[in-house]
Design a protein around this ligand. Structure first.
Ligand code: AR6
Length: 168
């Protein structure tokens, strides 16, 4: 089931929330900053361990940590593409973020997961296209998976919320 909500993803009581991180995994602004602030230092500590093991996270890939002090048990950190005109594989890389996050969730026994609007803030991916890609990838995944029970799209800004509402 897909659910659309408007609000702050750090407040969601789900098995996992997804973070729109960067390849350093060391935090930043936007939703990444909000998640680390609300979840506390345990999240960054696990991010550092992942960095020590594999040197960060590539664009389109995903890694998982504790949720720390968040209501969510886990955080899945994925790295969206920086929008660079659209000819650098950005749509496929954004689709990979959703697909790889969902697969990592299933691999970790997660049943409920919340996504922010990856890449549509600091990374400047056009919001209408990003919404279409996100919904398409989640719908495709759910059509072939019986483990996830709920996928939430958590829109922070009004523009994303109305784009998702139109498309869903
Ligand atoms: N809950 C849900 N969504 C949020 C929240 C929140 N608390 N805060 C912002 N958003 P962005 P990006 C929305 O910039 O474009 C960071 O510095 C926001 O309205 O957070 O993928 C990272 O470290 C927007 O729609 O992520 C990277 O360096 C969406 O989250 C870089 O930004 C994504 O905006 C990643 O840029």
């Amino acid at each position: 089931m897909i659910t659309l909500v408007q609000g702050d993803i750090t407040k969601m009581k789900v098995d996992a929330i997804v973070n729109a991180a960067n390849s350093s995994l060391l935090g930043g602004g936007g939703v990444d900053g909000a998640i680390h602030r609300a979840g506390g230092p345990a999240i960054l500590e696990e991010c550092r361990q992942i960095r020590a093991r594999q040197g960060g996270c590539e664009t389109g890939e995903a890694v998982i940590t504790t949720g720390g002090a968040l209501p969510a048990k886990k955080v899945i950190h994925t790295v969206g593409p920086v929008w660079n005109g659209g000819q650098k594989g950005e749509p496929e890389l954004l689709a990979n973020c959703y697909r790889n996050s969902l697969q990592l969730a299933v691999d970790n026994g997660i049943k409920t997961i919340a996504f922010p609007n990856i890449s549509t803030g600091i990374y400047h991916f056009p919001k209408p296209d990003a919404a279409s890609i996100a919904i398409q990838e989640v719908q495709r995944f759910l059509a072939n998976d019986n483990n996830l029970t709920e996928v939430l799209f958590v829109c922070f800004d009004d523009e994303n919320y109305s784009l998702y509402k139109e498309r869903l």
